[in-house]
Design a binder for this molecule. Structure first.
Ligand SMILES: Nc1nc2c(ncn2[C@@H]2O[C@H](COP(=O)(O)OP(=O)(O)OP(=O)(O)O)[C@@H](O)[C@H]2O)c(=O)[nH]1
Ligand SMILES: [Mg+2]
Length: 253
């Protein structure tokens, strides 16, 4: 598995969007630190840089609170992938994605990839209660492919269960509406089954799958950006200065 990078220039940008309290920061913590930690409501936004193969991917965590709404489209500018996050136990958090957050994605890349993610699945789904990570693992251990056996968290589903207010089908229907909003054809786009996830930042359920599926999908966008950069006209400073050896050579021949 690729290692977390030191600060380098990002090749591509992935953005977490969604209402306050849905678990955006917790998802990022779970993925980057293999932990479920206490969080405080995000102010503005922050990013984490992840090395994925030879590439650097910035993952932006944004604030869901209404007062920071104006910043959302700025964070989405040039994004290659956007994770539209809701809470499976809160219907309104799904509705907000369409009413409040979808328009913020207008500044993203024209070929931006969208994922619709229902977090807190541990509250509704026994499978998602299986711990996928062992909290407090060292950085080296987390990179190890040979993971420890999943353990069932001590809280039983019945004691912590909340009613599931958003089904996977509701999320897939929203994904279809996102494609229509973007003017994209369903048959030539990534399918809803692949782009709608249910996760738990608490147990780690599906969290690696979510991020790593997106990282693989944004690779073509990185390559295209690099090609465009290479093909763009460049100014040869030596030529501009005149009298350079290169210029002299070419005028001789
Ligand atoms: N049971 C459960 N609780 C979660 C999960 N993810 C987050 N939470 C809890 O939900 C609350 C909000 O989590 P945050 O990660 O701060 O939410 P956020 O979306 O970043 O919120 P803002 O920064 O305000 O936009 C915290 O109390 C978390 O502990 C999860 O997967 N399962
Ligand atoms: Mg947050």
């Amino acid at each position: 598995m690729p290692e977390t990078s030191k600060m380098k220039k990002p090749d591509v940008k992935v953005v977490l969007l969604g209402d306050m309290n849905v678990g955006k920061t917790s998802l990022l913590h779970r993925y980057t630190e293999r932990k479920f930690k206490d969080t405080i409501s995000t102010v503005g936004g922050a990013f984490f840089l992840k090395q994925w193969g030879p590439y650097n991917i910035s993952i932006w965590d944004t604030a869901g609170r209404e007062q920071f709404h104006g910043l959302g489209s700025m964070y989405c500018r040039g994004a290659a992938a956007i994770i539209l996050t809701y809470d499976v136990t809160n219907w309104q958090s799904l509705a907000e994605l369409e009413e409040r957050f979808l328009s913020l994605t207008d500044t993203a890349n024209h070929d931006c990839i969208y994922a619709v993610v229902g977090n807190k699945a541990d509250l509704t789904d026994p499978t998602a209660q299986q711990s996928q990570d062992t909290d407090g693992m060292s950085e080296d251990q987390t990179e190890c492919e040979d993971r420890t056996e999943p353990e069932v968290l001590s809280t039983s589903l019945t004691s912590s269960a909340s009613p599931k207010q958003v089904t996977h089908e509701d999320a897939m229907a929203l994904y279809g509406r996102i494609l229509r909003y973007k003017g994209l054809e369903e048959k030539s786009s990534l399918p809803a089954e692949k782009m709608c996830f249910e996760t738990s930042a608490k147990t780690g359920y599906n969290v690696d799958t979510l991020f790593e599926t997106l990282f693989d999908l944004v690779l073509p966008s990185i390559l295209r950006k690099r090609n465009e950069y290479q093909e763009s006209p460049t100014v040869d400073l030596e030529e501009c200065r005149g009298g350079s050896s290169k210029r002299a050579r070419s005028s001789c021949c």
